[in-house]
Design a protein around this ligand. Structure first.
Ligand code: NI
Length: 173
């Protein structure tokens, strides 16, 4: 497995709509493995292929806590087929927008359909934090970041802080 480079905002690949894969082959499984390794190395709980520079509809998620058994989910061509009317507000962060966090409101639960690691069609009801993680990652496949869901003012404030921090990070590097 290889740790991949994570692309950061405002890289244009993060704004692109990713392509469907249709089926899961050996090459995509290798990409799934590399994405999972990258996500664990960065202490993330979800990662979408566009974040590692590949514009394909692939996502990995693992919301197990530190010290718990890893419980990775591999989602190819995932689609939301049902969302609850009830919503929930949760603080989110993103490996492509490092150091930042903000509260986002989303449906509290969603049902998704996807192809798993073996290419088998599956359905999953995601609730609580898994629902948040899944929706956040699926948004990446359509070129949407959680910061796009903030009010204009909140987004501006966050980006101002982010740009300042990114400049400092570049100096340190
Ligand atoms: Ni993200």
């Amino acid at each position: 497995m290889t740790k991949l480079k994570v692309y950061e905002y405002p890289h244009p690949i993060l704004k692109q709509k990713a392509e469907k894969v249709g089926h899961v082959d050996e090459q995509l499984r290798r990409l799934f493995d590399d994405m999972l390794e990258t996500m664990y190395a960065e202490n993330g709980c979800g990662l979408a292929a566009p974040q590692v520079g590949v514009s394909k509809r692939l996502v990995v998620v693992d919301i197990a806590h530190e010290g718990e058994e890893p419980a990775p989910l591999y989602l190819a061509d995932p689609e939301i087929i049902w969302s609850s009317e009830e919503t929930e507000v949760c603080e989110e962060g993103c490996l492509s927008v490092p150091e930042m966090r903000a509260e986002v409101e989303r449906p509290a639960s969603v049902k998704i359909r996807y192809l798993d690691y073996n290419g088998t069609e599956c359905e999953l009801l995601a609730e609580d934090f898994l629902a948040v993680a899944v929706q956040h990652e699926l948004d990446h496949l359509d070129g949407i970041l959680y910061i796009d869901k903030l009010s204009r003012l909140k987004r501006q404030m966050l980006l101002k802080k982010y740009n300042k921090l990114q400049k400092e990070r570049k100096v340190i590097r």
